[in-house]
Unconditional design. Structure first.
Length: 75
């Protein structure tokens, strides 16, 4: 093989490998990514709402305890 043939073969092989690797590592389709992110964000927002509500209720109980306002206890 001549030098030019080897060089051309090397360039073509390198390009083919680069395309294959880029295809494997490329991010997913934009619409799929957007949908996945939207779903994850909605899930995180719901989880945050539930955690905030649970914390609010716990704090209300603690405030009532500190004030001496126990449910059913008329002191």
């Amino acid at each position: 093989m001549g030098k030019i043939t080897k060089l051309t073969s090397g360039i073509l092989l390198g390009a083919a490998i680069s395309v294959a690797v880029a295809r494997l590592l490329a991010p997913e389709d934009a619409s799929k990514l957007r949908k996945r992110l939207t779903t994850q964000i909605a899930s995180l927002q719901e989880e945050a709402r539930r955690a905030a509500e649970a914390q609010r209720q716990a704090l209300e109980v603690e405030i009532a305890r500190l004030r001496g306002e126990f449910p059913g206890n008329d002191l």
